[in-house]
Design a protein around this ligand. Structure first.
Ligand code: NDP
Length: 247
């Protein structure tokens, strides 16, 4: 079956992995809604890159942890590009500390952005996908959602929550030609990991059989593949892209 040009929303696409997914999709001629929260200039740069690849796009500001902002974002995308057919729940944050020092608000902020944001965006996109009898939801989690990590109880819980959420929704919508999957990256060179100290980076490296961090461009191809017709029988799956870290 041929791949049609589709309409995709990528949350947190102003930088890092989200930006890389936007550029990969643009190569296939999809129309792309680039969501950002605080870095408008970065989102505008991504839009220019998308357009230079011959695709159409828009930027759209929304904090995915706020239901009303997610609703406004989806309305804006539908009015300006059309119904969202492919959703990438990629926006995510960290707020690391050991449990004994973790403030309840640090726990809430991470859960609200990573897990509730995924819930809000999926909930508000799924009805149209069901109506159209076609859809793709691709959630970006993390290997720490599988193996846990010291200082990341909030983050790893949010990502593990995404895993079970994905499996449940995959079952709910399987008969409607909609697939719901997870990509679980390992450590990837982005703003999130650039702040790690050399000491921490060295320790992390000892966990990775490939002995290096990944690049955003190494996540984007599988993210694009999961949106294709060829991937139609893959659902409820968690695909690690982690240099072997969670083997
Ligand atoms: P970056 O920090 O490079 O970028 C984060 C993106 O998310 C930005 O575009 C940012 O927008 C957006 N964002 C943050 N908070 C919100 C919010 N509340 N609402 C909407 N957008 C928001 O992240 P990465 O590229 O590193 O990470 C992308 C995803 O991959 C995340 O879910 C992360 O947990 C996951 N991941 C990353 C790994 C890594 O090593 N880098 C490893 C495993 C998973 P803006 O800048 O405009 O605020």
């Amino acid at each position: 079956m041929e791949d049609l040009p589709r309409i995709a929303l990528i949350t947190g696409a102003s930088r890092g992995i989200g930006r890389s997914i936007a550029l990969k999709l643009a190569e296939s001629g999809h129309k792309i809604a680039i969501n950002y929260n605080s870095h408008k200039e970065d989102a505008e740069k991504v839009l220019k890159e998308v357009e230079s690849l011959g695709s159409e796009g828009i930027i759209v500001k929304a904090n995915v942890s706020k239901l009303n902002e997610v609703q406004e974002m989806i309305n804006f995308v539908e009015e300006n590009l059309g119904n969202i057919e492919i959703l990438y729940n990629n926006a995510g944050i960290i707020s690391d500390s050991l449990l004994m020092r973790m403030k309840p608000e640090d726990f809430d902020r991470v859960i609200d952005t990573n897990l509730k944001g995924t819930f809000y965006c999926t909930k508000l996109c799924i009805n149209n996908m069901i109506k159209n009898r076609w859809g793709r939801v691709i959630n970006i989690s993390s290997v720490v959602g599988i193996r846990g990590n010291i200082g990341q109880s909030n983050y790893s819980a949010s990502k593990a929550g995404i895993h079970s959420f994905t499996k449940s929704i995959a079952k709910e919508v399987a008969t409607r030609n909609i697939t719901v999957n997870v990509i679980a990256p390992g450590y990837v060179s982005t703003a999130t990991t650039n702040v790690l100290s050399e000491k921490v980076k060295k320790e992390v490296m000892s966990w990775i059989p490939m002995q290096r961090f990944g690049e955003p461009e190494e996540i984007a191809p599988i993210a694009a593949f999961l949106a294709k017709e060829e991937a139609r029988y893959i659902t409820g799956e968690i695909i690690r892209v982690d240099g072997g870290m969670a083997i």
